[in-house]
Ligand binder design. Structure first.
Ligand code: PLP
Length: 405
């Protein structure tokens, strides 16, 4: 099914009828290459090279199984956990901000034995603690490591390659479950290279779609684990999805067609720009925002440069200002949507989101709005200072739009 799906995306000639004829006993197990009629050798070679691209795209030989679920990021978390683990299983989980906290809360309420590794908010995952736990885990009691790639509450990006290196160094078989809600399709994300077993995201972040689609991708190891995992699941059961994939009808319930059309368009935009260019654009937007914050004389909530997030920046305000006022005022006066400080950093930070379908000039508009709000709430900001710093950087580094060269 995945082969046929990708082939259709590449506009490779795929007959719906032939896909249907693959139903029954070989449904989902074979795809067929027609080579009859008015076909020359060179045309066949062209077709075979297309097939090779498709096989690579669907992850062969490391096949990854995708689940498109009518849900949000929170449901995608639940799908990842309940399909791969059993109640009582030990999970090492990093607490670095509100979203990792919420995921941990879900893990606990689902009955897992959560070994929480906490860092101060503004810091990344404590990998030294992970190393100690892996070293001491001679009986292999850790069944999964769960980590939020980009903590949206504090603007901190974790180093997933380093997590994989540690698991490999101890030849540890724990599953690596990754929340990529505010990273996938915006930050470099390497499911294969980093040996991620379940990667998940939600439609409303880097894909810039409406909320409502949870995207969950499972490695062969995660799929294998799902065969014996004993957590109760119904709506999220991968088994039901796989059954319907085999039948060629794909969803065990009514699919959210409008979101699938949205996904088609979101992916077209990404393919047009090129995924690497998407990553570079986010890096430019993140860097420009950080220049603006510095010019305003404010601090980034993220404490280490190597963890700075290119999708969201949490800005620390002076103690005499309530950051919630900034967010409220931006909304009420300038129709500008900023993020609140959450939980431990409530009142202390406001957040500037810079992910998804956003360009340099839109960001500059947002930064100028932030400046006006800062002035309104009594912070001594020089209007234009952050915008000038960001614009100076962007005017040096913004390339020509790839599709218009
Ligand atoms: N994970 C992260 C990193 C998030 O930023 C969010 C929401 O912002 C979630 C999970 C939860 O996603 P949702 O609100 O779509 O359920």
């Amino acid at each position: 099914g995945a082969v046929i799906g990708v082939a259709r995306h590449l506009r490779l000639e795929v007959h719906r009828r032939s896909a249907l004829l693959c139903l029954n006993k070989v449904a989902g197990k074979v795809f067929r290459i027609g080579h009859l009629g008015n076909l020359k050798e060179l045309q066949l070679l062209g077709c075979l090279s297309d097939v090779e691209m498709v096989l690579k795209d669907v992850g062969y030989p490391n096949f990854r199984q995708l689940f498109l679920i009518p849900t949000t990021g929170t449901g995608a978390w639940e799908s990842a956990l309940t399909n791969t683990l059993s109640p009582g299983d030990r999970i090492v989980s990093f607490l670095i901000g509100q979203f990792s906290l919420l995921w941990i809360d879900q893990q606990q309420r689902l009955g897992f034995d959560v070994d929480v590794v906490e860092s101060d908010w503004g810091h990344g995952a404590d990998l030294a603690a992970l190393e100690r736990k892996l070293r001491n885990d001679t009986h292999r009691t850790i069944k999964a490591v769960a980590i939020v790639h980009n903590e949206t509450a504090t603007g901190v990006t974790n180093d997933l390659a380093a997590v994989r290196r540690l698991l490999d160094a101890y030849a540890h078989p724990a599953l690596l479950l990754v929340d990529g809600v505010s990273s996938i399709c915006a930050l470099d994300f390497r499911m294969d290279e980093w040996g991620v077993d379940v990667a998940l995201t939600g439609s409303q972040k880097a894909l810039s779609m409406p909320t409502g689609m949870g995207i969950v991708c499972a490695s062969p190891k995660a799929l294998e684990a799902s065969k014996t995992a004993r957590s109760v699941r119904v709506f999220f059961d991968w088994k039901d999805y796989l059954k319907f994939y085999e039948m060629g009808t794909y969803w065990p319930y009514t699919p959210s067609i409008q979101l699938l059309y949205g996904l088609r368009t979101a992916l077209d935009l990404i393919f047009e720009e090129g995924l690497d260019n998407v990553f570079k654009r986010h890096n430019r937007l993140g860097t420009a925002t950080r220049f603006a914050v510095e010019a305003w004389g404010l601090k980034n909530c993220c404490q280490k440069e190597e963890c700075f997030s290119d999708t969201v920046t949490a800005v620390v305000v002076p103690p005499y200002i309530d950051s919630a006022e900034i967010v409220k005022h931006a909304w009420k006066r300038y129709n500008l949507s900023l993020g609140l400080g959450l939980n431990k950093v409530a009142g202390k930070v406001f957040r500037i989101g810079h992910l998804g379908n956003l360009n340099e000039l839109q960001l500059l508009g947002c930064l100028s709005g932030v400046e006006m709000v800062l002035k309104d709430v009594g912070y001594p900001v020089k209007l234009g200072s952050g915008v000038a710093a960001a614009a100076a950087y962007l005017s040096n580094y913004t390339p020509l739009i790839p599709s218009r060269i």
